[in-house]
Design a binder for this molecule. Structure first.
Ligand SMILES: CC(C)(COP(=O)(O)OP(=O)(O)OC[C@H]1O[C@@H](n2cnc3c(N)ncnc32)[C@H](O)[C@@H]1OP(=O)(O)O)[C@@H](O)C(=O)NCCC(=O)NCCS
Length: 172
């Protein structure tokens, strides 16, 4: 999946340094609910575990060959969002130096085209913390519609409930 400036491709072990450089930024992970990476070894382990599946991709900037973000979809069973049975959840992040250049919107558009072409998935769910409206802008630009709000008990990172705005995209 590609456009003039980005390529969505599987993560590689050799992305570990770039992943650590960008995912150790405290401005990135906590907005999506995960803690900043603490070492290159941790980033490598995440590439080999969490990212090692056919529906998670590195967002690679063609001009540099560097992985500057991640995007994917997968089972929503652990996400605490009000998903329909079997409805996948969408997630993404982009490295801070590349924010507000339309890269995430471009990556999500590519992934949605891929999902429509290769699956029969009828709908997708996603959500963003209320205090992270930029993520909602990306979803809405790609056709997601708000369905309400919920709260997850995110003890791992914040230790208290954080309200989430939930959005759904119907693909049928
Ligand atoms: C959310 C994130 C992926 C967006 O990536 P991005 O490449 O900067 O997104 P885009 O440039 O494609 O689109 C951002 C849109 O939000 C808009 N925006 C910027 N600040 C905003 C704000 N405070 N409120 C609402 N919208 C805002 C931009 O104007 C842009 O819309 P436009 O193209 O119509 O002008 C990136 O900020 C990020 O990685 N954040 C940290 C992790 C995260 O939040 N992940 C998502 C978890 S749900």
């Amino acid at each position: 999946m590609e456009t003039d400036r980005i390529l969505l491709r599987p993560w590689r072990d050799s992305d570990a340094e770039a992943l650590f450089k960008y995912a150790s930024d405290p401005e990135v992970g906590p907005r999506a609910g995960w803690p900043p990476h603490k070492s290159v070894e941790e980033s490598l382990n995440i590439i080999r575990t969490l990212f090692h599946n056919p529906t998670t991709w590195a967002i690679m900037l063609k001009a540099t060959g560097e992985a500057i973000g991640a995007i994917g979809y997968g089972p929503s069973c652990d996400c605490q969002l009000p998903a329909h049975d079997g409805e996948p959840i969408v997630g993404y992040w982009v490295a801070k130096p590349y924010w507000n250049q339309g890269i995430c919107t471009e990556a999500l558009t590519l992934m949605l085209e891929h999902i429509k072409e290769t699956t029969d998935i009828p709908s997708l769910i996603s959500g963003h913390f209320i205090d992270n409206p930029v993520s909602g802008s990306v979803m809405e630009k790609c056709g997601f519609e708000p369905t309400g709000e919920t709260c997850i008990d995110e003890t791992q990172y914040q230790g208290h409930n954080r309200p989430i705005r939930v959005l759904r995209l119907n693909l049928t």
